[in-house]
Design a protein around this ligand. Sequence first.
Ligand SMILES: Nc1ncnc2c1ncn2[C@@H]1O[C@H](COP(=O)(O)OP(=O)(O)OP(=O)(O)O)[C@@H](O)[C@H]1O
Length: 258
Amino acid sequence: MTGTTALRVEDLTVEYAGGVRAVDGVRLELAAGQALVLLGESGSGKTTLARTVLGLPGRGATVRGSVRLGDTELLGLPERELTRIRGRRIGYVPQDPSATLDPLRRIGAQLAEVLRRHGLADSRRAARAAALPVLADAGLPDPERAAAAYPHELSGGLRQRAAIALAVACGPELLIADEPTTALDALVRVRILDLFTTLRTERGLALLLVTHDLSAAARIGGTLAVLRHGRVTATGPAGALLVPAGQPTAAAPAGARR
Ligand SMILES: Nc1ncnc2c1ncn2[C@@H]1O[C@H](COP(=O)(O)OP(=O)(O)OP(=O)(O)O)[C@@H](O)[C@H]1O
C-alpha cells in the first residue's frame, strides 16, 4: 500500500465476558486518502472492530494486539487522551445519526461546541461562523438553515449529513462509518456514499466503512476486507472481490463473498 499509513491494526483480538471472541487476530492497514470496507454478515465482529479502533470496545471486553493511528498506539491510552483523539483525529458516523446528534440542540450549536472543545475556534461567534463551511462541505444545501435547525427538523438524509459534518468538523485523519446508510432510501444512500468519497479524495482522510451491504461496498471501492466469525477471510481490491453476477469470478480469492 502506498502513502502514509493512517491506521494499522495488528493481531487484534477482542473477547467479551463468557469467552465470545468477537475479533480474532485481525490485521488491517489503511493509508491516508484510501478507503477500507469491512464487509461481513451480522455478528461477524464488524462493529466490535470499529468500536475498538475508537477505544470503545464495550464493557467487559478484553483487548489484545495493536491499533496504531499514525504513530500513536491507541490500545492502553488513558480515557482522557482517547477522548481528545475522538472527534479531533478520528471521526465517527453511526448508522443512526441520533446517536451523535443531540435532539435538544440546534445543529450549528453542536458543531460550534465540537470546534471549541477541540480548540479550533476561540469564541462562540467564531465557532458558529466556522460551522457553516463544514455544513456546506457535508452537502447541506442551505448551511444557514441547517445550522438553525434541530435534528428532527431535517430529513433522514440531511440528518445523516449533519452527523457527518459533526464527525469531520475537526479535520480528522480517519473517518469510521458504521452502517451509515442502512436506514436511508436507495437514492440518498448513494449520495451519502459519494459524499464519503469526496471527503476522502478532497481532504485525504482515510475511510473505514463498516457494512453488510454489497452495493455500498462496491460504491465505495478501495480495499475490501471480509470478516467472518471475527476473522478476515478475504482481502483485496473491491473491484476484484465484488464481481457482478454473470461475470467470470477468477479474480475473486477463495472465501470472498459475492
Ligand atoms: N457487549 C457485548 N458483550 C458480549 N458479546 C458481545 C457484545 N457485543 C458484541 N458481542 C458479540 O460479539 C460478536 C460480534 O458482534 P458485532 O456486533 O461486533 O458484530 P457485527 O458484525 O457488527 O454485527 P451486526 O451487523 O449485527 O451489528 C457477536 O457474537 C456478538 O453477540
